[in-house]
Design a protein around this ligand. Structure first.
Ligand SMILES: CC(C)(COP(=O)(O)OP(=O)(O)OC[C@H]1O[C@@H](n2cnc3c(N)ncnc32)[C@H](O)[C@@H]1OP(=O)(O)O)[C@@H](O)C(=O)NCCC(=O)NCCS
Length: 166
C-alpha cells in the first residue's frame, strides 16, 4: 500500500502546462527534478553478522546473500564481516524504502548489492521486492555503504525515473 505522501507524489500534477499556478509549477518542477519516493538508512553491528555466520554457517549466508554478494565479500578476508554487514545494512535500508520491513514473501536475496568496477554499490531487485518497488513507482536506486571494524551503515534512496509519468 502506498503511503499518503507517496500517493500524493504519484498523483501530483507536474504543473508544466501553461496557466498552472506558480506554486504548483515550482513544486511540480521540484518533483520532476527530484522524484524521490523514499529514503531508508540502517546500521548493523559487524559482530552480529559474525555470530550469525558462526552459528548458522553457509545456510545463513545462502539465505541472506546471493552468490555474487558472497563472492564479493570473500575477496577481502580482513574485512569480510564488514562487507557482509554493509550488504545487510543495505538490504534493511532498501526494505525501509519499500515500507514493508522483512515479512512473508520477501527473501533477503530479492535485494542484491552489486559493485561496479569503481566500487560503487548498486541495488538490483527481484521477486516480491521488485514487485513492491514497481507498485510504488520506484525504478532507480541510489545506495551508499560505509563500514568500520565494529559497524556498517547504509543509506538507500528510491527514485522514480525522471521521464516516468505513472
Ligand atoms: C570510495 C571511498 C570513498 C570509500 O571510503 P572508505 O572510507 O575507504 O570506506 P567506507 O567504509 O566508508 O566505504 C566502503 C564502501 O564504499 C563504497 N564505495 C567504494 N567505492 C565507491 C565509489 N567509487 N563510489 C561510491 N561508493 C563506493 C562501497 O560500497 C564500499 O563498501 P563495499 O566494498 O563493502 O561495497 C574510498 O575508498 C576512496 O576512494 N577514497 C578516495 C580517497 C583515497 O583514495 N584515499 C586513500 C589514500 S589517502
Amino acid at each position: 500500500m502506498l503511503s499518503l505522501w507517496q500517493e500524493s507524489v504519484k498523483n501530483a500534477d507536474l504543473g508544466s502546462g501553461a496557466g498552472a499556478p506558480v506554486v504548483a509549477s515550482v513544486s511540480g518542477a521540484y518533483l520532476h527534478l527530484m522524484p524521490i519516493l523514499g529514503h531508508g538508512i540502517d546500521i548493523v553491528e559487524t559482530n552480529r553478522l559474525r555470530k550469525m555466520v558462526d552459528d548458522h554457517g553457509q545456510h545463513f549466508l545462502d539465505r541472506v546473500f546471493t552468490p555474487l554478494e558472497q563472492q564479493y565479500c570473500a575477496r577481502n578476508h580482513k574485512r569480510y564481516y564488514e562487507h557482509l554487514a554493509g550488504r545487510f545494512a543495505a538490504k534493511e535500508a532498501v526494505l525501509k524504502v519499500l515500507g514493508t520491513g522483512w515479512r512473508g514473501g520477501i527473501a533477503w536475496t530479492d535485494i542484491e548489492v552489486r559493485s561496479q568496477p569503481s566500487g560503487q554499490p548498486v541495488v538490483y531487485l527481484s521477486g516480491e521486492c521488485l514487485r513492491i518497488a514497481t507498485e510504488l513507482g520506484i525504478s532507480r536506486w541510489h545506495l551508499s555503504i560505509s563500514h568500520i571494524e565494529t559497524h556498517a551503515t547504509a543509506s538507500a534512496i528510491g527514485l522514480r525515473a525522471a521521464d516516468a509519468t505513472s
